[in-house]
Every structure is written in structure tokens, then in C-alpha cells.
Design a protein around this ligand. Structure first.
Ligand SMILES: Cc1cc2nc3c(=O)[nH]c(=O)nc-3n(C[C@H](O)[C@H](O)[C@H](O)COP(=O)(O)OP(=O)(O)OC[C@H]3O[C@@H](n4cnc5c(N)ncnc54)[C@H](O)[C@@H]3O)c2cc1C
Length: 271
């Protein structure tokens, strides 16, 4: 399918991007790597009349330590995050998961800000970010604000971001040598997860078990009470609402959530 006609605007700074968003309103969409937006435009699930290309904004791609956190620019592409030495040392879950996103072409175009803003419940990096905790840094006409990741994703393709704002940075706690695990179940190596589970520091997040990425709160509470990994993982699908599609029905997804949570927790514990 061919997308509807649109106007193309290339911006060189965050201020220019925000001015273009203010000028064109809800008819406009930011274009980062284009690897989620363009497919849904081709399916006519999104019909923006203006695309604001933020892919060339200098200074939006970085990974750096800032106190007890790691700050990552929204324009950081998945393959950059996958190879970044600071990320590998300070928050190794993220570069590992970046390396599990799609295939090399996808990883060379897709950006962290794009996958966060898109709010696809099946996406890998948001699942890891939700397990890590931390914040999404937004910039808009009123300046900057930070939204905890637990409050950012509000539904299928929906976030707490307003149409005049953009994601400029992600901030996550430095986990260093704390154990972590990421289990992604796919039919083929490069596919999206049918279900995925991320575990770090007693927190567990799941992909594809609801309209957005979600925490396995019953599992987390059981672990905090001193339950074994096996007992806690049996609760992983509690409170979730998985859908059914050609790859898996809801019951199978629930089974996967419990199984992958156990494996991710075991890896995190070094078992
Ligand atoms: C073949 C294929 C396989 C894939 N496999 C996987 C996979 O296995 N796992 C996975 O997680 N993902 C997968 N993806 C998705 C990929 O990771 C995307 O790159 C990513 O989800 C979106 O990033 P992007 O930079 O391409 O965003 P875009 O497509 O450019 O934008 C996505 C949305 O976010 C908005 N946006 C972009 N940047 C910002 C910003 N800074 N602030 C506010 N809004 C913004 C856009 O307006 C748009 O609404 C796949 C994609 C393809 C095409």
C-alpha cells in the first residue's frame, strides 16, 4: 500500500521540531527511524498530513552516566545502544535487548525515542525500560518534564505525552553488576515477541500481555514476600489481558508469561 500524500519538513533542532508541532497540530507526526510509523501509514492506520523529520537533529544520540542514572538520547539508534560501552557496563539489560530488536536493518534505523513514543505492547525496549524503572524526559512548549516509565504507556499506541511534546531522553538507574534476564519467545529469530519477559532487581515487565507493556506486579509482590522464583513466576499473568492472534491464543500467552518470567528471574539470580 502507498501512504496518503503528506508534506515533509526536515528540522535541525528540538526547538524547530516543537515549533513545527505547534504550527501543524495533531495533523503532524514526528519521523525518527520511520520503522513503525511508515508501516502504519502504508496500512492507512495513520494518515498524517505533515511529517516532521527529527532524524537529523544533532546531539540527540548519546549514552552517558549522570549521577546514579544513565541518560540516553531519544535519537539513539538500536544498533548504537547495542554496542555502547557505557550502556554495557552500567545498564547491560538495555544493550542486550537492543540487540534482540528485529534484524540489522531495523536496528540501524529504529530509535529509542521512536519505540518509546510508539507504545506498541509487543516492543522489546519499552519492556526492558519498564523493568528497569526510570523516567521518560519530554520537552514541550512549557519546557521539560519527566514522566516515570510506570505512568508513560497508557494503552495501545497511547502515552502520557501531549501532541505538542516530544521525547528527548530516557533516564534509567545504573544497575551495574545486578543480575538481569530477558526472555523473548518468537517463531523466527528476528520476529517481534509473541511474549517477552524482562527481570532486574526484583522487578518484572512483560511484552504483549495487555494493550501496553506491563509489570508482573503479583510476581514482584510474591518475591518481596520471600516466595521462591518458581512460586512467584506462576503468578506472572495475574492482572494481564493478553489478546489472541494467528501466533498464539490468550491461554498460550499466559503460559508463556509464566514460563519466560521464571527463566528471566533464574537468569537474573544467576541460577
Ligand atoms: C520489519 C520490522 C521488524 C521489527 N521488529 C521489532 C522487534 O522485534 N521488536 C521491537 O521492539 N520493534 C521492532 N520493530 C520496530 C522498530 O524497533 C522501530 O524502529 C521502533 O519501534 C520505532 O522507532 P523509530 O525510530 O523507527 O520510530 P518512527 O517509526 O519514526 O516513529 C514511531 C512513532 O513515534 C513517534 N516518535 C518518534 N520519535 C519520537 C520522539 N522523539 N518524540 C515523540 N514522538 C516520537 C512518531 O511520530 C511515530 O508516531 C520492527 C520494525 C520493522 C519494520
Amino acid at each position: 500500500m502507498i501512504p496518503s500524500p503528506f508534506e515533509y519538513v526536515k528540522v535541525r533542532s528540538v526547538d524547530e521540531a516543537l515549533a513545527a508541532l505547534a504550527e501543524h497540530g495533531e495533523d503532524a507526526k514526528l519521523l525518527a527511524g520511520g520503522h513503525s510509523l511508515l508501516p502504519i501509514m502504508k496500512l492507512r492506520l495513520a494518515i498524517p498530513t505533515v511529517l516532521i523529520d527529527i532524524g537529523g537533529i544533532p546531539g540527540l544520540s548519546y549514552v552517558r552516566v549522570d549521577g546514579e542514572q544513565v541518560a540516553i538520547g531519544a535519537g539513539t539508534r538500536h544498533y548504537v545502544l547495542e554496542r555502547d560501552e557505557v550502556a554495557r557496563t552500567e545498564v547491560p539489560l538495555l544493550p542486550h535487548v537492543a540487540g534482540r530488536v528485529g534484524d540489522p536493518q531495523v536496528r540501524h534505523r529504529g530509535t529509542l525515542g521512536g519505540t518509546v513514543a510508539h507504545s506498541d505492547p509487543a516492543s522489546d525496549l519499552p519492556t526492558a525500560l519498564l523493568a528497569l524503572g526510570g523516567t521518560v524526559v519530554l520537552q514541550g512548549p512549557q519546557g521539560r518534564r519527566e514522566v516515570p516509565v510506570t505512568e508513560f504507556w497508557t494503552g495501545f499506541f497511547e502515552t502520557a505525552m501531549s501532541p505538542e511534546e516530544m521525547v528527548v531522553e530516557l533516564r534509567v538507574p545504573r544497575t551495574g553488576s545486578i543480575g538481569w534476564g530477558y526472555e523473548k519467545f518468537t517463531r523466527r529469530e528476528n520476529d517481534w515477541p509473541i511474549v517477552a519477559a524482562a527481570a532486574v532487581d526484583g522487578r518484572v515487565a512483560l511484552a504483549n500481555m495487555a494493550g501496553m507493556v506491563v509489570r508482573a506486579t503479583a510476581t514482584e509482590e510474591a518475591l518481596a514476600r520471600g516466595a521462591s522464583i518458581a512460586e512467584a513466576a506462576e503468578l506472572a499473568d495475574q492482572g494481564t489481558s493478553p489478546g489472541a492472534d494467528m501466533h498464539a491464543d490468550a491461554d498460550y500467552r499466559r503460559h508463556l508469561a509464566r514460563l519466560l518470567t521464571r527463566r528471566a528471574l533464574e537468569k537474573a539470580a544467576g541460577a
